[in-house]
Design a protein around this ligand. Structure first.
Ligand code: UGA
Length: 430
């Protein structure tokens, strides 16, 4: 199938390379000429395991081209994906400017039957908005369809998630348009849910909000565990083995961050408001998440008797492992709080350091993880990178000024840390 994908961020680029891998003729479009130049050389603008190899393969084998022109790409394609960013605006509502601009360009370029697929995460009603924008460019209704096909990939496992999705959601007004996507995704052999535009859009927001809720729920339970001498991992395991609950997204920790949950929970909340529904539950999901990180900082502060002049080692800056993304990362809140309280920071992340350095140029960045605890008053695990899991804790303890470990992701066993001579604190047990 001839396909254009507009936007080469996480969603767009991964969609592009996977569709090329499946043998489609894909044009990836981006307005940024620097990005386009890099992509043409096979250099992805994002860090994602496996993407570079797939991009190079698609380019070399002629299944993918890269363009800056929406008009040319739309003219050459039968299916056009919109995969541009929808960042939150000041009041929490998603900013749909990029979607509107792209829809206008698409409308100007359509000259034959075209299925326009919205993959950007958008509030309910946005598909209809895109339809209206395209129609306003003078495109007759019978020449185009707008379909909602939300994306459920996770950063760090994006290729795998796209090739093996739990489900594919297709929301369309006309059956023919939905069938076009069914044909496109047939080889993935995943369950497909075919529905209307609005329901498809809501499925995305509702799913992300529910996952965030699940994490906030277990984090609230973790607070009770800490004061009642229970262990949150055991509680989560006991809950998660009930098939109606399920074990995933019950990992207690510093809370959820990243480019999606914070934006989408707010987006769901503001969308509800637009429809005159006060989704107070979601506000509480956000409150629990915010407090979870600050509560951890308060515990560090209490143990050290204040942070003024103290050196804290931060292990992990990315919002989660296997990504260099620091958007809404918990490291930002923790580093900010420590600096404001007069503390000093040693920091290390396997790949996100450079992104962090742009925001905090003056931290003491380390080149390897064993340098982080040196002379520190406390060591804090913020991201659960695999390379942190089997460290020599005795070596770490030896190098520290005060042998205090705050494990924000429950990476270590208390007994192992104590055996190594560390005083161990974590979330959800004591
Ligand atoms: C999330 C969703 O999982 C994807 O399905 C969705 O497509 C994506 O948002 C999106 O809307 O684009 P992502 O943000 O990449 O994916 O990362 P997750 O693996 O979901 O983690 C999100 C946050 O939750 C991270 O900060 C992570 O540390 C935290 N988390 C996750 C927990 O604290 N506990 C858990 O049990 C799971």
């Amino acid at each position: 199938m001839k396909i254009a994908v507009i936007g080469t961020g996480y969603v767009g680029l991964v969609t592009g390379v996977v569709l090329a891998e499946l043998g489609n003729d894909v044009i990836c479009v981006d307005k940024d000429p620097v990005k386009v130049e890099k992509l043409r050389k096979g250099i992805p603008p994002i860090y994602e395991p496996g993407i570079e190899e797939m991009l190079r393969k698609a380019l070399n084998e002629g299944f993918m081209t890269i363009s800056t022109s929406i008009a040319e790409s739309v003219a050459a394609s039968e299916v056009v994906f919109i995969a541009v960013g929808t960042p939150p605006s000041e009041d929490g509502t998603p900013d749909l400017t990029a979607v509107r601009i792209v829809a206008t360009e698409i409308g100007k370029a359509i000259n034959k039957p075209t299925v326009v697929v919205n993959k950007s995460t958008v509030p309910v009603g946005s598909g209809t908005m895109v339809e209206e924008i395209i129609a306003a460019q003078g495109v007759p209704a019978e020449l185009f369809d707008v379909v909602s096909n939300p994306e459920f990939l996770r950063e760090g496992s994006a290729i795998h998630d796209t090739l093996h999705p739990d489900r594919i959601v297709i929301g369309a007004k006309r059956r023919d348009a939905a069938m076009k996507l069914v044909e496109l995704y047939a080889n993935l052999e995943s369950p497909m849910i075919i529905t209307d535009l609005n329901s498809a859009e809501l499925i995305k927001y509702a799913s992300n909000s529910f996952l965030a809720l699940k994490i906030s729920f277990i984090n609230a339970i973790s607070r009770i565990c800490e004061v009642s001498n229970a262990n949150v991992s055991d509680v989560a395991k006991g809950m998660g083995t009930d098939k109606r609950i399920g074990p995933q997204f019950l990992q207690a920790g510093l809370g959820w961050g990243g480019s999606c949950f914070p934006k989408d929970v707010l987006g769901m909340h503001s969308t509800a408001k637009r429809y005159d529904y006060d989704f107070a539950l979601l506000q509480e999901v956000i409150n629990i998440n915010d407090d979870q990180t600050l509560h951890f900082v308060r515990r560090i502060e209490k143990r050290l008797g204040g942070l003024e002049g103290k050196r804290i080692g931060i292990m992990g800056l990315a919002f989660k492992p296997n990504t260099d993304d620091i958007r809404d990362a918990k490291s930002l809140i923790i580093v900010d709080a420590i600096l404001k309280a007069g503390g000093k920071i040693n920091a290390y992340d396997p790949i996100a350091t450079e992104n962090f350095r742009e925001l905090y140029p003056d931290l003491d960045y380390k080149k390897s993880v064993y340098e982080v605890p040196v002379d520190a008053d406390a060591l804090v695990v913020v991201t659960e990178w695999n390379e942190f899991k089997q460290l020599d804790l005795a070596r770490i303890a030896e190098s520290m000024k005060q042998k205090v470990l705050f494990d924000g992701r429950r990476v270590y066993k208390k007994e192992a840390a104590e055996r190594a001579g560390l005083e161990y604190f974590t979330i959800g047990s004591n």
